[in-house]
Design a protein around this ligand. Sequence first.
Ligand code: NAD
Ligand code: TYD
Length: 352
Amino acid sequence: MILVTGGAGFIGANFILDWLDCSDEPVVNLDKLTYAGNLGNLASLKRDSRHIFVRGDIGDRDLVLSLLNEHRPRAIVNFAAESHVDRSIHGPADFIATNIVGTFALLDAVRAYWTALAGDERTHFRFVHISTDEVYGSLEPGAPSFAETNSYAPNSPYSASKASADHLVRAYHHTYGLPTLTTNCSNNYGPRQFPEKLIPLMLHNGLAGKPLPIYGDGGNVRDWLYVGDHCAAIRTVLERGAPGETYNVGGNAEITNLNLVRTLCRVLGELKPGCDAESRITFVRDRAGHDRRYAIDASKIRRELGWEPRETFESGIARTVRWYLDNAAWLAAVTSGEYQKWISLNYAAEVV
Ligand code: NAD
Ligand code: TYD
């Protein structure tokens, strides 16, 4: 079996659902259930004995070690993190606690477990750490995409905390020989993404008749990756990646925020006639320290492991919009309560 951390969040839940679609190998899912963790994402596995959910913190070394000794996984996939840049600007402390100190505790527990393994169990063990392209900083227009050899230059408390975690993972490989692999991927989108992030926020506001808030001039560029393609990349890295290596994962889909939101509005209008979200696009105060451009050079994972994305941006967006339209109850459930407090903290009340 494998141990997944953060498996009740957006990418982790998609990963577990995909994993159990592709194989019968059980998954232990350790998740703290922060505001971003949602067991509703895994409702279809409620009576599935292949999924074992444990509520807990990756920073709790004793808990992690006891889970490892009880379930004896052959691999760890670490998704658990505080993941939203804007929240890291309002309150960095949780990012330091989970992404840095928590990753350290997890690594240390895994090292103790792995050190005691022998033979094939020890040789084939893997620790896959999920990171982000944001560790590389911001690109000028026309500059080459991020390669694995780029220096780290994180600009937000979020990306600095992820960069720190990546360094710890690297050090645990270099110093102790722990068989770690790191993936640095671009912006994901798809089903089950919490609507604080750009695409689900715009879909939610588009459907609710609210303004669509674009930071600054809308010219910031991201490289968008459909979450199902990301899950396939992680499975590939787990099975065929070389310990100690890092792999950049991207969608070959660079687009400005403004063009992305316009595309989203068009698709929404096609699938839900009468929904005129584009007329509600509103430019709002820019994010502090807003990185201008991210772009991934994913040639290493294509060349060495044979992975490439299957979805184009158009096909992935159409699937995503359809999912949110078909899952109105999911969206309603996650946009009540605490969510409203976040919206009034981050956006001027008259805008959203
Ligand atoms: P998310 O915020 O949707 O989910 C994070 C999950 O981790 C939640 O279920 C939360 O409850 C859990 N968690 C938080 N702190 C924890 C702790 N201390 N112990 C155990 N569980 C904890 O995030 P996501 O978008 O699914 O991202 C998953 C990973 O992928 C993160 O490491 C993130 O940095 C990385 N990543 C995300 C993107 C993206 O576009 N979403 C892009 C690149 C990399
Ligand atoms: P986001 O989804 O928060 O991902 P990240 O900051 O990790 O790239 O934001 C994607 C882009 O969209 C980023 O350039 C910020 C911008 N953005 C807006 O313009 N308006 C919004 O309300 C949000 C949440 C993001």
